[in-house]
Every structure is written in structure tokens, then in C-alpha cells.
Unconditional design. Structure first.
Length: 131
């Protein structure tokens, strides 16, 4: 799921650059601040606390925030990438991926069938993102 998370961040960055140009990070951050000021504040604090020079605020963003950007706040930007899917189905799958990502990150036991299912989902969506 790490590759999937990295690909979502890259997708948000690439599409934001197309929409906003060179100042994409500040413009996106300002716009997202309207939707969730606390999220942006937490990202900025995390970057400052961890001394991430040269990193974007997307690097400090958590997976659920990326899901919100894609499926809620900026869906019109990402529809073309996920054109064969309904937003509600994506939300279910992304939430499932997030749930298993957290389980793995916190060293919870995941049964092999669940791991296989999540891996299949992430590979499937990675293919969509990379096309």
C-alpha cells in the first residue's frame, strides 16, 4: 500500500501543477485550508517539527486527507483518472485500503486472504493512476 500512497500523492501533485502552475503548492494549500484548516495546520506543524526541507505539504499529509482531496474537494480534477468508477465505490475501496494500511503500520495480524485482496486493489488502482 505504500506504493499506492506515494502514487496518490504524486497524482495530486501532477494534477495540481497542471491546474495552478508553478505556485501549485501554495494555491492548493490555500484552497484546501478553506475545506479543512486543521489538516493544513497539522501538515505545516509536522514539516516544521520533523525538519523536512524541500518537501511539499503533501509529504506530511495522511492517507485519509488524500482521499478527501480526490473524492470530495477536487473530484472534478480526478474524474478523468478514475473515469470507469463511481465515486462511492472508490470511497469504499480507498477506505478499505486505508484500514489495512493502518493495520500493517501498527503491526496487527492480517490474514493472507485479506492481504491478497488489498494488494489486488492497490495494484488495480495503481494501474489506473499510471495510465
Amino acid at each position: 500500500t505504500r506504493d499506492f500512497e506515494i502514487s496518490l500523492k504524486k497524482l495530486i501533485e501532477v494534477i495540481s501543477q497542471k491546474k495552478y502552475g508553478a505556485d501549485w503548492e501554495n494555491k492548493l494549500k490555500d484552497e484546501l485550508r478553506k475545506n479543512d484548516p486543521k489538516m493544513i495546520e497539522e501538515c505545516e506543524k509536522r514539516i516544521a517539527r520533523e525538519g523536512w526541507r524541500g518537501k511539499t505539504f503533501l509529504d506530511a499529509m495522511f492517507f485519509p486527507n488524500m482521499i478527501n482531496i480526490i473524492l470530495n474537494w477536487k473530484w472534478d480534477w480526478f474524474q478523468s483518472v478514475f473515469k470507469d468508477f463511481k465515486r462511492k465505490d472508490l470511497r469504499i475501496d480507498f477506505e478499505r485500503i486505508h484500514e489495512f494500511r493502518n493495520m500493517a503500520a501498527h503491526h496487527y495480524q492480517i490474514i493472507p486472504e485479506e492481504a491478497d485482496l488489498i494488494e489486488a486493489h492497490t495494484k488495480f488502482y495503481l494501474k489506473q493512476i499510471n495510465n
